[in-house]
Design a protein around this ligand. Structure first.
Ligand SMILES: [Mg+2]
Length: 463
């Protein structure tokens, strides 16, 4: 990854490259033609913290400092989390020197340029020209993540839409040898067993109610730029009612979602319109935009996601599953590892829902299981209910974090709620990998692709 070094005379070197192994155990820093190597920690466990400290000490011997930003980092190591996440790309880091102790530590995500108090590098040099150049690149990467999340959720949904209500065996028999591997129409003649979803004949790439409701949530968020909670929920409710009444609402909408919308339209309060004991997957399937909008404010993210569930689904499992999806997306934006995301979901959302906690706890042990087992009744369930959909989507993402295509195809070729697993997994993977990681034919073939991308950009700009 690229870094900056301040020489002893104050000049800034940009021809600096940091290389490291899988878990950052040993590091090698190139400054022009010079190479500085730091060995791995002598203990049993790799310790990037220690290694970075040694690197800083070596540089300090010649009066130099690591002070710049890393780009395209392959691991993250922030003040918030010390979890190593090898294998991720496009994530930027800020590096600074602690005033006391001279320890080098990555302190903040690059592109944001928020300095930690007590870190010497804050105003020691004029970083404006470098930061302007790098800031533009970082903005582009961040926007791509937002667009990727919106397009990604729709792609996963559209791939899964014709698979919904079909067993995995039926899907594979219709599209051998591995099931669908691209957009297929609901009425494609190759489907064995006929068509299970009533409505118009839609072309391949058509998304379902999952994406429609996600767009309704996004529009509600965009309607209230201030993000004020008391204004947001009515705005989202208005968008839900609009969607429920639209001519396009012919894509197997969930009955609980429709009941909630009808109650909202009839004037019931936001807190009582939802079906109190429903924990259907219709609640978590639509909250990816909340993760994008409030990625920097976890308290508000959780509050808004939970309240968005209550509009239609009042069961704690639905409420906490909605919070979990929004949180997962917000962490994926920052290239957090699936393991870190899993731990955060358990911590923030597992306590109030034993059902979600149990399903999330199952996920790591099933990572080596085949999809037909893990994404079925013997594994995480069929995902018609909220907590199963969240756990299943996370499982798909965890198995192939850097591979959007594999993640969503695993998600949709399942016995259960294919479009919803695909939608959630696609949103998380899209946020993690960015728009360009989505295969071109899907980016270009998805319904309303331009609108999805614009929605992602507008949500980004709201922050
Ligand atoms: Mg659907």
């Amino acid at each position: 990854m690229t870094m900056l070094v301040r020489e002893s005379d104050g000049t800034i070197r940009e021809d600096v490259e940091l290389r490291f192994g899988y878990d950052a155990a040993a590091m090698e820093l190139s400054i022009g033609d010079e190479t500085i190597s730091v060995p791995a920690h002598p203990g049993d466990r790799p310790d990037a913290h220690w290694t970075m400290q040694k690197l800083g000490e070596k540089l300090a011997e010649s009066g130099r400092q690591l002070i710049g930003c890393g780009t395209c980092a392959r691991f993250q190591f922030s003040g918030m989390s010390r979890d190593m996440s090898a294998g991720t790309v496009g994530y930027c880091l800020r590096v600074g020197h602690r005033v006391k102790g001279g320890m080098v530590e990555i302190t903040h995500r690059c592109g944001e340029h928020v300095y930690n108090e007590g870190w010497e590098c804050s105003e020691a040099w004029n970083e404006e020209p470098v930061m302007q150049r790098r800031g533009a690149a970082h903005r582009e990467a961040r926007v791509s993540a937002f667009e990727g999340a919106m397009v990604g959720l729709a792609v996963g949904d559209a791939l899964g839409f014709p698979c919904e209500f079909r067993s995995r065996d039926q899907i594979v028999a219709s599209f051998p040898p591995n099931g669908v591997d691209g957009f297929v129409a609901l009425h494609d003649p190759r489907w064995q067993g006929g068509v299970f979803i009533a409505g118009k004949e839609h072309p391949p790439g058509t998304f379902s109610d999952d994406t429609q409701m996600s767009l309704a949530v996004a529009d509600g968020l965009l309607d209230v730029p201030s993000g004020e909670f008391d204004e947001l929920m009515p705005a989202i409710a208005v968008r839900f009612v609009e969607w429920s009444r639209s001519d396009d609402n012919d894509r197997a909408p969930g009955s609980t979602c429709m009941t909630g919308c009808q109650n909202l339209a009839a004037g019931m309060s936001l807190r009582s319109a939802g079906v109190a004991d429903s924990k259907g997957a219709g609640a978590p399937m639509r909250v990816v935009p909340i993760g994008l909008r409030f990625g920097r404010d976890r308290e508000q993210l959780l509050k808004v996601a939970r309240a968005s569930s209550v509009l239609t689904h009042g069961h704690p499992a639905a409420i906490e599953s909605s919070a979990a999806v929004a949180l997962a997306v917000s962490l994926a934006l920052y290239k957090q590892t699936p393991k870190t995301i899993h731990a955060a979901l358990l911590e923030e959302c597992g306590a109030a829902s034993p059902e979600l906690r149990r399903r999330l706890q199952q996920v790591p042990a099933l990572l080596d299981a085949p999809p037909e087992l893990a994404l079925g009744p013997e594994g995480l369930g069929e995902s018609w209910v909220a907590e199963e959909a969240v756990a299943s989507a996370l499982w798909c993402f965890w198995r192939s974090p850097a591979d959007f295509r594999r993640t969503v195809l695993t998600a949709v070729n399942t016995i259960g709620d294919s479009d919803t697993i695909g939608c959630i997994a696609g949103g998380i993977s899209g946020a993690f990998n960015g728009l360009d990681a989505i295969p071109r034919e899907w980016r270009e073939g998805i319904e309303d692709g331009a609108r999805l991308r614009e929605t992602g950009r507008r949500l980004h700009d709201l922050r």
